[in-house]
Write a protein that binds this ligand. Structure first.
Ligand code: SER
Length: 318
């Protein structure tokens, strides 16, 4: 891994992965769709307009910058995908297979995140094993299962170095997520700082796996840097960090904002998806094969989230 292209650099993961990779000494081309403006903090290196669906243009960018590794972060998350199933399929399946074809031709390494969305109601939920039933009920999950299988197929059939992680809900303060079932765990922090109150679309007692963005970034980079001879799973590794329900995250916020109020207005679409997903994951394979270990606890994450959001909103830190 030397010359990297990040597709989706303006998004929730990409906007933080690009600087993380650059800080690690890699040469990184920040790729965006051109629909969203390039974040100003990514202007310290090369960039390109890349559309995952435009294979010729993508190949030209790969050749022009002598790219050897692509992080493909283009995705339509779970809730949005339910209203745009064809678009979700296009990005999540046609986009991924096009990139794998290019990877075969150009000998690229490829990272495409998978998700807890690959699991469904029949999957054991606590903890969810590495190798288990993957029968999701969402279009997002279906595309992620297909992406995992395609990535393994191109690896075993053509020797493509494709690797991935099943990300839990990712929590960050730099760029908002959009259209995900786990997004409440980001929104709650913004509303806590802004208003001291939050109306939650997910019911009390609903646990989902979650992770603070610095852990998620380190996981991606560590996996791509891992010695391939140690890996058995490739696509895709469970990675576990945090597991909480709305009361759990609210309790963590109240350590800093004691008057914080949590109420509920459950969204049936989101709640149905949340209930079909795991509470927590068994990530023994990731720990054994590439030494994965999360660093941040819920309270450590909460302290950083509240402090950084307060700065961004020009408020005194809690
Ligand atoms: N955060 C994603 C979602 O909620 C799950 O991978 O859709």
């Amino acid at each position: 891994m030397k010359n990297i292209l990040v597709i989706g650099s303006a998004g929730q993961i990409g906007s933080e992965l690009v600087p993380a990779l650059r800080n690690r000494g890699y040469s990184v081309v920040a790729g965006t769709s051109g629909r969203t403006p390039m974040p100003a903090h990514l202007a310290d290196g090369p960039s390109a307009v890349v559309n995952l669906m435009d294979r010729d243009a993508l190949a030209k960018t790969v050749d022009r910058f002598e790219i050897d590794t692509v992080f493909n972060l283009a995705a339509i998350l779970s809730a949005t995908a339910e209203s745009k199933p064809m678009a979700a399929w296009d990005v999540g399946v046609n986009g991924v297979i096009g990139l794998l074809e290019l990877a075969r031709d150009r000998k690229l390494s490829v990272f495409t995140p998978s998700s807890i969305g690959v699991f469904g109601p029949e999957t054991p939920h606590n903890p969810t094993p590495q190798d288990t039933v993957c029968r999701p009920r969402t279009m997002y999950g279906i595309t992620k299962v297909a992406g995992e299988l395609l990535s393994d197929y191109y690896r075993s059939k053509y020797g493509v170095d494709a690797r991935s992680l099943r990300y839990p809900g990712l929590i960050s303060y730099v760029t908002p997520p959009g259209g995900g079932t786990t997004d409440y765990a980001v929104d709650i922090y913004w509303k806590a700082v802004e208003n001291g109150a939050y109306e939650c679309p997910i019911a009390a007692g609903t646990y989902m796996p979650m992770m603070f963005m610095p852990d998620a970034l380190r996981a991606a980079v560590d996996l791509m840097e891992a010695d391939a001879s140690r890996l058995r799973h490739f696509n895709s590794f469970n990675v576990n960090a945090l597991s909480f329900d709305p009361e759990g995250i609210a309790g963590s916020i109240r350590r800093r904002i004691p008057e914080f109020r949590l109420s509920y207005k459950v969204n049936p679409l989101l709640q149905g998806i949340a209930e079909s997903w795991p509470d927590a994951l068994d990530d023994t394979a990731a720990r054994e094969e590439w030494d994965w270990k999360p660093e941040y606890s819920l309270d450590e994450m909460t302290d950083i989230m509240l402090r950084e959001i307060a700065k961004r909103l020009g408020k005194a830190a809690a």
